[in-house]
Design a protein around this ligand. Structure first.
Ligand code: FES
Ligand SMILES: [Fe+2]
Length: 380
């Protein structure tokens, strides 16, 4: 229970927060992290309207591979059909409306676990036991509702917004900016889902700034990135980013000797891309890793986490060793981030919490706050 109740509206507080110039910016008001009302608006006006990433296309390589998830309260599935096409469709049976699939796996057909109605991977009803006596039933009229799903630079994007513009248009500035990385050719080596006890935005913001690297990550990557050289440009409507230069000794993060595409400083440059609302990608010329975040509650986030390598590293004879090395490093880094971001949520939930000023190294956080302020009451 709060000792000092406030009656502020979190949306109004956020609008006020972003009205000042970046040179005077402070962290977002704590109510945007703790308010149920704000979470409800995020789900309805942002997560139900934007593109949401469910991983890499090579994470579902074979016909029948599927991933079930909940997006904005809707059970959906992403499945690779028999023709090799990735589809998103409702994960709800057309009979008496049971959820069909759970988790991840591979199926030749989708069989409802209740009465056995059976769907093809394209969502068309193939069979339904004991339905011949119902004169109104016509199997050919039954299909799972289809949902927008696109492949973009190797990412699987889904959206409940049937009108949303194509990802290649929406994110064309990113395509141009990192064209020389050839992100579509990066190979995923691992993928997991996690749940942490923090607000999704705390974790998103943690990703957006490298200000915390020397301290939070002192035991791991703190010394491997030149934080003084971090470039934090003004944001874009659809994303923010910053770049940093990696030390040449961190060989997995710089361009492979077979990489002829990238030149000069670019061979050492890491992009930290935050694609709104919740896809966070660390893109180095060597490895990549990502988080796609979904709010389960104000203080609970589901994380789709994966990573791997650019083609040169993936095809290298030492690739297994590289994967093991990268996983170990990222496991340690993520454990540090988990502690830091769960501590932030505990702290900001307290009555003593008040947001402080932002460093110039936290420009992307301010850009993110502006994005939220634009969209929280105005769905596209
Ligand atoms: S609810 Fe699916 S077969 Fe009955
Ligand atoms: Fe971190």
């Amino acid at each position: 229970m709060s000792l000092f109740e406030t009656s502020e509206d979190p949306v109004q507080e956020l609008h006020q927060n972003v009205a000042r110039p970046f040179e005077r910016a402070t962290a977002m008001p704590k109510s945007v992290y703790t308010s149920e009302l704000f979470l409800d608006k995020e789900i309805r006006n942002i997560f139900a309207r934007e593109w949401f990433c469910v991983g890499r296309t090579d994470g579902l390589p074979n016909p029948g591979d599927y991933l079930a998830l909940e997006l904005a309260g809707q059970p959906i599935m992403v499945v690779r059909d028999h023709k090799g096409k990735l589809r998103a469709q409702a994960n709800v049976c057309r009979h008496r409306m049971s959820v069909l699939l759970e988790g991840r796996g591979n199926r030749r057909t989708i069989v409802c676990p209740y009465h056995g109605w059976t769907y093809g991977l394209d969502g068309r009803l193939r069979g339904a036991p004991a339905m011949t006596h119902n004169k109104g039933f016509d199997r050919s009229l039954y299909r799972l509702p289809q949902i927008r799903c696109e492949e973009w630079l190797g990412w699987i994007l889904v959206s409940l917004n049937s009108e949303i513009e194509r990802a290649t248009q929406r994110f064309s500035a990113i395509e141009t900016m990192v064209e020389d990385y050839d992100m579509v050719s990066y190979k995923q080596a691992f993928f997991e889902t996690w749940e942490w006890n923090t607000n999704w935005k705390v974790l998103a913001e943690n990703f957006m700034e490298s200000y915390h690297l020397p301290v939070c990550h002192a035991a791991t990557i703190g010394g491997l990135s030149k934080v003084d050289d971090v470039t934090c440009p003004a944001g874009h409507e659809r994303f923010n980013y910053h770049t940093l230069q990696k030390e040449e000794s961190f060989t997995l993060s710089i361009a492979h000797s077979n990489n002829r595409r990238m030149q000069g400083e670019r061979r050492l440059t890491t992009y930290l891309l935050s694609i709104y609302p919740s896809l966070m990608i660390t893109l180095t010329p060597g490895y990549f890793w990502y988080l796609s975040l979904y709010p389960l509650a104000t203080g609970r986030v589901r994380i789709y986490y994966g990573g791997g390598f650019s083609r040169d590293f993936a095809e290298d004879s030492d690739s297994e060793h590289h994967v093991a090395e990268l996983r170990q490093l990222l496991d340690e880094v993520n454990a540090e981030d988990r502690k830091c971001t769960e501590r932030v949520y505990s702290g900001l939930s307290s009555d003593f919490a008040t947001p402080g000023h932002l460093s110039h190294l936290e420009r992307p956080n301010f850009e993110f706050a502006r994005y939220l302020s634009r969209r929280i009451d105005q769905p596209e």
